[in-house]
Design a protein around this ligand. Structure first.
Ligand code: ADP
Length: 464
């Protein structure tokens, strides 16, 4: 199984790794670069030093007497020796004027040993060694002496140089430790800013999964992605809350719809079985009416459940919407004739691609409402029109209309404008919910316009 780490550990460790790696790379690169540059600088410095030794020596020659100030040669030679330069000076005839090795053999050996050992220890790969170079001293173009200078070539470091390099490494190591601490602290702080909102979101999601939809994430964060995450979880809670309320209301509505007819039937049958009422055909048919109302409600509910189900399968074919409207109107002929309504179907005859059965369901629901809510001698217009990419189906009547404040709710399940009027007309407030679901399943929409007392217009928009 894979090991699990918290965001804090993960981030801190990763940041520490990055810091360590960066400092290590910087140290290596700095060391390589400095060693090369510094070596060149030291080699140049040592070349200058030999030049200054030579000019110092040259100045000790007395031209008039053609003699050398040997005491000063000794001073210059000794000071050069302690700096790591072993000097020998000859006069023009080859006689020795001053020789460091002769003068202080043991000091020369010690200095050669010390420098060689220190340089080899520090740079085991370097091929440096003590080498001797010869120079001629001249005055006015005439040779006055020969000098040989030996030192560790190509260059060697003195105490100050070593101290400089060591302190550089101390600074690099120090900044390594400092950035490591900084990285771990930064990682820890950053992870806290990330993990706190994530933890709270997870806790809220868990409570939601346990059925608590009232919880919301209050945590404020200025990280975009986390803000989106908390906002989405809060939105999810909102919609779950809404769904839950809808479910509760639906149950209450169904119970309410069933109570009245069931109560009536129960009262009738009880009275008849106890002999209080004679079971006359009228009373039995009144019971039958109530049972029919319940059956209709159950049928409507089943229908609604079907069209509202997520995977409503549409059996799409091409057909002329206006022709289907005409056919559906003719099914209402008896009601239309009884109310002496003036019904017309007009508009475009072109085909649309949709589920014919479901679209007919829309027409039936809209027409039955129009017929129901339009008084005698009223008029109903069905119109099919086209716009780019869409087809409109309008069903308009000049009947009762819908109060302005109720208009936004007519497509909701169990919604009935003017309750008392509708209980008599028998609707349970499901017809328009079915219309809306079918339109939505086709990728379209359903809208209503109305002025109370002045009729209503329902518009279904379907994609072509
Ligand atoms: P119902 O089964 O009650 O007709 P619907 O969902 O079809 O349910 O309609 C919801 C409500 O919208 C109705 O109760 C009615 O008040 C109102 N309504 C629908 N169509 C019309 C119309 N053409 N004229 C007036 N009111 C209407």
């Amino acid at each position: 199984m894979k090991k699990k780490y918290s965001l804090k550990t993960r981030l801190s460790v990763n940041m520490a790794f990055v810091a360590l790696f960066t400092v290590a790379v910087i140290s290596v690169v700095a060391n390589i670069f400095i060693n090369r540059q510094f070596g060149e600088y030291v080699a140049e410095r040592q070349k200058k030093r030999t030049e200054s030794i030579l000019s110092d020596l040259e100045r000790q020659y007395d031209e008039a007497d053609e003699t050398w100030d040997v005491e000063f040669l000794h001073t210059i030679g000794m000071s050069a020796l302690f700096d790591g330069y072993i000097i020998k000076i000859y006069d023009t005839s080859g006689g020795t004027l001053w020789d460091a090795e002769k003068h202080n053999m043991s000091a020369c050996a010690r200095i050669v040993g010390e420098i060689t050992q220190r340089m080899r220890a520090r740079f085991p790969d370097s091929k440096g060694e003590f080498t001797t170079n010869g120079y001629d001293l001249e005055r006015n173009g005439r040779p006055i002496a020969g000098v040989s200078i030996s030192y560790f070539s190509p260059y060697f470091y003195d105490d100050d140089d070593f101290r400089f390099l060591d302190s550089l490494n101390v600074i690099l190591a120090g900044s390594g430790v400092f950035s490591l601490l900084l990285a771990v602290t930064a990682g820890w702080l950053l992870s806290r800013r990330l993990s706190d909102p994530i933890r709270k979101t997870a806790a809220v999601a868990k409570r939601m999964s346990e059925g608590d939809y009232v919880v919301r994430i209050e945590e404020k964060t200025n990280i975009d992605e986390l803000r989106e995450l908390t906002a989405s979880v809060n939105q999810l809670a909102d919609s779950l809350c809404k769904q839950e309320n809808l479910r509760k209301r639906m149950t209450a509505d169904v119970a309410h719809e069933l109570r009245t007819p069931l109560g009536n039937i129960a009262a009738h049958i009880e009275a008849m079985t106890e002999g209080v009422w004679e079971p006359t055909p009228e009373r039995l048919s009144s019971c039958h009416e109530e049972i029919k109302r319940i059956s209709r409600l159950v049928f409507d509910l089943e229908n609604l459940a079907r069209v509202e189900s997520e995977n409503l399968k549409l059996d799409k074919t091409r057909f002329a919407l206006a022709e289907l409207a005409e056919k559906t109107v003719s099914a209402f002929e008896a009601d239309i004739a009884a109310k002496k309504l003036d019904v017309s179907v007009e508009g475009d005859r072109s085909d649309i691609s949709a589920d014919r059965g479901r679209i007919q369901q829309i027409l039936i629901n809209l027409l039955s409402n129009a017929v129901k809510y339009t008084p005698e001698n009223g008029a109903i217009r069905v119109r099919v029109s086209e716009a780019t990419g869409a087809v409109f189906l309008d069903v308009e009547d000049n009947g009762a209309g819908i109060p302005r404040d109720e208009l936004p709710f007519v497509f909701e399940r169990f919604y009935r404008a003017d309750k008392s009027r509708n209980r008599l007309s028998g609707g349970a407030g499901i017809g328009l919910a079915v219309v809306k679901s079918i339109a939505a399943a086709h990728g379209g929409r359903a809208e209503a316009e109305s002025r109370e007392g002045n009729g209503s217009r329902f518009r279904i928009t379907l994609p072509k």
